[in-house]
Design a protein around this ligand. Structure first.
Ligand code: SF4
Length: 267
């Protein structure tokens, strides 16, 4: 059985799991095995997603499960993306109820691990959240095929999508697909508010030419797309020291030649 959610298009044997560890072949049907299995739940400032131009100053109920369809050695959230920690089951109905009971909360952000691998849960929750007049936010690596994206996109109000580097090789080394990430930003921008993030890692994606190419492409979508340069810290399999703040500020200046709103985070 083939899973067609992301460009891995995994062929999954009976009772086996896909590359992401979250989807399974159960009796000849591909199921979302992490459906509603919530490992993290918190009311965060929306700027923490990061979203700076979408309901600024508000809070958003943020939920995550486990699993990921990339295998970044520098993952800043590897405890849930690459492992299967303890979880609590929260149905879509219960999630809406929790979101409605939080004061100053504008909606729900699906974040912490990759939410698109929980495609069915994201869709089921998003439909109910919209009925309850709550906003739907996805924080994603953009690794989703066009067909599921076209089903999901109309239900999403805002995205933060990673463009992890301007390099197909970088994506290949970390288990992703560069063209898919770009296409997700392009499609999502047609129907929702989109902000883009790059985690800057010394020696991996911190040269000016990459940021010039990325910012030029993003400006073609809209020069008003907010762009975040985020600081790497040693995590998981990477032990190199944190990104020097000078590099982040230099790259932000490069991006500002093309884009109106460029931010540096985690400094
Ligand atoms: S979502 Fe998971 S199982 Fe499906 S194709 Fe992608 S990695 Fe494979």
């Amino acid at each position: 059985m083939k899973c067609e959610i992301c460009p891995h298009n995994c062929d999954i044997p009976e009772n086996g799991y896909g590359f992401c560890g979250a989807r399974k072949n159960q009796g000849g049907v591909i199921v979302c095995d992490n459906y509603g299995k919530i490992t993290s739940l918190a009311l965060d400032p929306i700027e923490k997603k990061p979203l700076y131009h979408f309901f600024p100053g508000s809070k958003i109920l943020s939920v995550g499960s486990y699993g990921c369809n990339m295998k970044c050695g520098f993952c800043q959230n590897f405890e849930i993306s690459q492992r299967k920690p303890r979880f609590d089951y929260i149905s879509p109905e219960k999630l809406v109820e929790i979101a409605l009971n939080e004061s100053e909360n504008c909606g729900v952000a699906f974040t912490y691990n990759e939410p698109t691998i929980s495609f069915e849960y994201a869709v089921d929750c998003a439909k109910l959240l919209k009925q309850a007049n709550l906003k739907v936010v996805l924080v994603s690596n953009g690794q989703i095929n066009a067909s599921p994206l076209e089903q999901l996109a109309p239900l999403v109000d805002a995205w933060n999508i990673d463009i992890k580097a301007w390099s197909a090789d970088f994506y290949r080394r970390h288990g992703g697909d560069f063209e898919t990430a770009k296409r997700t930003v392009e499609i999502a921008s047609k129907t929702a508010h989109v902000e883009v993030t790059t985690l800057i890692i010394p020696g991996e994606n911190d040269n000016d030419d990459e940021i010039v190419a990325l910012a030029t492409w993003l400006a073609d979508i809209s020069p008003e797309t907010p762009y975040h340069l985020s600081r790497y810290f040693p995590r998981y399999k990477y032990s190199a020291p944190p990104t020097p703040t000078d590099s982040l500020f230099r790259l932000a200046e490069v991006a500002r030649r093309y884009l109106k709103y460029v931010y540096v985070g985690n400094v």
